[in-house]
Design a protein around this ligand. Structure first.
Ligand code: B3K
Ligand code: ZN
Length: 876
């Protein structure tokens, strides 16, 4: 819990470690309430750290110290001191063996950091600073050590795992058994892992490009053993992909994944022993939706790719987190794009970025992808570090091109293999491998905020010259220096009156990457007979907002003709946003609401276009979420957003009902489930049509929904129908569907999580009361982050309408839960509070209520560093 004065850590204060740890031998005797940890560390003064022998500082939290010895002699109490952060030990020689014995209590560890129990299984989570909850250690990523781990446990925990290769196992004299694991690769403590439990596994092999055979194992509780196939297939695909695209081969003889029900995030890349949230690894057609299948493929890939971008080359300090996370998200996004529909993957990622990362970057926790300070590092595992970080890497890829980017990444891996690197090292490798200068590009690492590009154009009929003027600006944070101009790649095309791409230069290119580097810059093109229409920021080539005065007609033209699929979708979003803005204004000025007939016709055309990828049709049809509309508005009027979007949705649904039904019926073929891109695309469109039909609230439409609910042969269709019923069905039918679904699936953890989430995101009035009942339901468990995310997170993040009720009831409820949850799991509590911290952007009534809720949290006292940082930064 909170120190007297939570301390801010600054990047500028970084210093190399005073001591290095050449080897780490760990010995665990597992007991739920009293696990004994013995560590033996071979310590050496760091030659890079200066003169003398300063005290050895070890991190340690919630540890019961039993003994300390140096070179076999127990240390007297005068030689060390226990501090709030750990231990300070007096040192009188430059090299020695330090042996520490301590006790920990995994059963009472509800923070899910360090060593804890999940359904009786021991498991660990050490990133970022969880290892210090296991034993005293220099728990920082630039201390890399070779680990050997012995686990002793009762035999009702038959599986004993740690990093690396198993080198020994056997029975102990007292009836317990043991296993010893050795990891030949030096690693920081955050990559340490241990698992012990009654688990089964599926096994496979992968032969690397150099011909080595690797054993692959996925461990889970026996009841889930049938749900591992998709993850295994994804793992093998990821291993081949990394060899082909990055030339990276796996390096150990074994790669293990363990599924755990209680987990703070998606998964963790521990060396050779990845630990996964069950929801991100287990799937079967009956129980998992298409998005779950895709999520699993991408997370399995992500964690596997970390073996190089994260483990072989790790981070010097936590300010460099985006070095491994931004790069690895870029790698996993490209992997998913190669395995599925590239355009749809890009649309999904950009939607997430625009809706949530842009909001983060405009909010009180705004930070650069390489933050310059933090109170609690767990709060900086953000969309900015991950997703914007990935966009920054993508921009390098766009600017350099595929081959040069690869030369840069090869050099980076070669130079820094086996060491802890910085973002600067990454850029330097890109520069040195390609003889380019990225000085200005570096500002992306130190500057927060979403840049805005104002684009205007002009055409000179006499000379046939067309010019684009681009001005860039970037909103600054409080206490931040004036923003510097960034180096921004803008991919463009220019469409002629027939919708074809014009030729842009003497090389005959129809697409160009403009490199914007100045606050204001002019780009000229010649040889035009008529003024072209610009298609700007194709494929979303930079994480920026582009403003160009498109008319509705021009957007419809782009929607129909742009050869860049992403921009076709983007035009539909701009168009919808324009309509929703108008509707909001009309609502506030008491005008009758109406949707432009041209807009309805444009949607009808898309819906009827059988040449388009059905997944893209679905993405275009789907109106921007309330949350993304809110992000685009300078001042959020929640009620007007809800009214405008509801109106647009119902008007479209009614006007397009015949075409929606036609498309739905054509796609409603019963074929065996397969999560391949084509089938996923068809289900996506089918279920988008279904949810529009349901929004008409007509009996015949609701009968179709009911029928799909009753006959669905896979979870995607089943969940889509249940969601449509929950939002639009008549009360008795909704209740019985909810009960029926639960009775059928109550023993399946992943499905129950889905079931909880669908209810908490229901836009129906009365949802908050239902949520208050749900948290008392036997399936809810406050100590399980997935359940918390489903019910409380679903409400605060995915239920715009009910969460933003004008009486503030949604905010006060969440605030209450945050205070309670903070005592159990500070990381999860700090995530949950975020939606109420963005009060500055809301209109007065709601912003006042949000502030009141935040103040209540602060006043409750005894907050963790996690919640304290998020709340105090937003309220001051
Ligand atoms: N590296 C982990 C995240 C750890 C978060 C700790 N609070 C998972 C990932 O990004 O791959
Ligand atoms: Zn990661």
């Amino acid at each position: 819990m909170q120190d007297a004065q939570p301390k801010t850590i600054y990047l500028k204060d970084y210093q190399v470690p005073d001591y290095l740890v050449d080897s780490t031998d760990l010995h665990f005797e597992l007991e739920p309430k009293a696990t004994l940890v013995k560590s033996q560390l071979k310590i050496r003064r760091n030659p890079k750290a200066g003169q003398g022998l300063p005290p050895l500082l070890l991190d340690g939290i919630d540890l019961e110290l039993l003994s300390i010895a140096i070179d076999g002699s127990i240390l007297p109490e005068v030689s060390y001191q226990e501090t709030l952060q750990g231990l300070s030990i007096l040192v009188d020689k430059p090299e020695f063996i330090l042996e520490i014995h301590n006790r920990i209590n995994p059963e009472d560890n509800t923070s899910l950091e360090g060593l804890y129990l999940s359904n009786g299984m021991y498991c660990t989570q050490c990133e970022a600073e969880g290892f210090r909850k296991i034993t005293f250690y220099p728990d920082r990523p630039d201390v890399m050590s070779k680990f050997t781990t012995t686990i002793v446990a009762p035999k009702d925990h038959p599986v004993l795992l740690s990093n690396g290769n198993q080198i020994d196992f056997g029975d102990c004299e007292d009836g317990r058994h043991f296993a010893t694991w050795e990891d030949p690769f030096a690693k920081p403590s955050y990559l340490f892992a241990l698992v012990a439990g009654d688990l089964e596994n599926v096994e496979d092999t992968f032969t690397t490009s150099s011909g080595r055979e690797v054993k692959l194992q996925i461990f889970t509780e026996a009841k889930n053993i049938g749900k591992c196939e998709h993850a295994m297939r994804s793992l093998k695909k990821a291993m081949s992909w990394d060899e082909e695209v990055y030339g990276r081969e796996y390096d150990l003889d074994i790669f293990m994944i363990v599924a755990v029900d209680h987990f703070n995030m998606g998964a963790m890349e521990n060396k050779g022993l990845n630990i996964f949230n069950s929801a991100c690894v287990l799937a079967s057609p009956e129980t998992a939706t298409d998005s779950a299948f895709q999520r699993i493929e991408s997370i399995v890939g992500h964690e596997y790719f970390h073996n190089w971008s994260g483990n072989r080359v790790t981070c010097r300090d936590w300010f460099q987190l985006s070095l491994k996370e931004g790069f690895t998200v870029f790698r996993d996004a490209e992997f998913s794009a190669d395995m599925n529909s590239r355009a749809v993957k890009r649309i999904e990622d950009v939607s997430l970025l625009r809706t949530n990362q842009f909001a983060e970057d405009a909010g009180p926790m705004s930070h650069p992808i390489r933050p310059d300070s933090y109170i609690e590092i767990s709060n900086f595992y953000t969309l900015t570090v991950y997703e914007k970080g990935a966009e920054v890497v993508r921009m390098l890829h766009t600017l350099l091109g595929k081959e040069k980017f690869r030369k840069g990444s090869d050099l980076y891996f070669e130079r820094h293999d086996g060491s802890a690197a910085t973002c600067e090292d990454f850029i330097l490798s890109m520069e040195d491998a390609n003889q380019v200068n990225l000085t200005q590009f570096r500002h992306w690492y130190s500057q927060a905020g979403t840049p805005i590009l104002e684009v205007t154009d002009s055409f000179d009929q006499a000379t046939g010259r067309y010019s684009l003027k681009v001005s860039q600006s970037c909103p600054t944070r409080a206490n931040q220096d004036k923003s510097l101009p960034l180096h921004i790649p803008i991919k463009i095309g220019l469409l002629d009156v027939d919708g074809n791409n014009s030729i842009l230069n003497n090389e005959g290119d129809i697409e160009e990457v403009l490199e914007v580097t100045q606050p204001e810059q002019l780009f000229e093109f010649s040889g035009f007979r008529e003024k072209p229409l610009p298609s700007l920021l194709r494929d979303f080539s930079a994480p920026v907002k582009v403003r160009y005065p498109y008319t509705g007609k021009q957007l419809i033209f782009l929607m129909r003709n742009d050869s860049d699929t992403f921009n076709r979708w983007d035009a539909s979003q701009r168009l919808a946003f324009m309509a929703l803005t108008q509707l909001q204004q009309d609502y506030r000025s008491g005008e009758a609401l109406q949707l432009q007939p041209e807009l309805i016709e444009a949607y009808r055309d898309v819906l009827k276009d059988s040449t388009l990828d059905p997944a893209l049709v679905a993405e275009i049809l789907r109106l921007p979420s309330e949350q993304s509309v809110a992000e685009m508005n300078d001042l959020i009027d929640a009620e007007a957003i809800v009214v405008a979007r509801d109106f647009a949705l119902k008007t479209l649904a009614t006007a397009l009902a015949p075409e929606l039904l036609q498309r739905y019926t054509a796609l409603d073929h019963q074929k065996p489930y397969s999560p391949n891109a084509k089938d996923i695309a068809e289900r996506s469109l089918k279920n988008t049509c279904l949810s529009y039909l349901a929004a008409t609230e007509k009996d015949d439409a609701l009968n179709i929904v009911q029928k799909q609910f009753e006959t669905a042969g896979n979870m995607t269709d089943s969940a889509a129908a249940l969601s449509a019923l929950i939002n639009y069905g008549s009360a008795p039918k909704v209740d019985s569907a909810i009960q029926e679904f639960y009775q059928r699936w109550k023993d399946d953890t992943q499905v129950v999580e889905l079931w909880l989430g669908l209810q908490s995101s229901s836009a129906r009035n009365g949802t908050l009361a239902n949520i208050k009942n749900l948290i008392k339901h036997p399936s809810f468990e406050i100590k399980n982050p997935n359940k918390v995310r489903a019910v409380l997170g679903g409400f605060a993040n995915r239920n715009f309408k009910q969460f933003h009720k004008e009486d503030g009831s949604g905010f006060f409820f969440i605030a209450e839960q945050v205070v309670m949850l903070d005592k159990i799991n500070p990381q999860i509590a700090a995530r949950l509070v975020v939606p109420i911290t963005r009060w500055q952007k809301y209109s007065d009534d709601l912003s006042g209520k949000m502030r009141e809720a935040l103040q209540g949290i602060l006043d409750s006292g005894g907050l963790s560093k996690d919640v304290f940082e998020v709340v105090s930064k937003s309220i001051n």
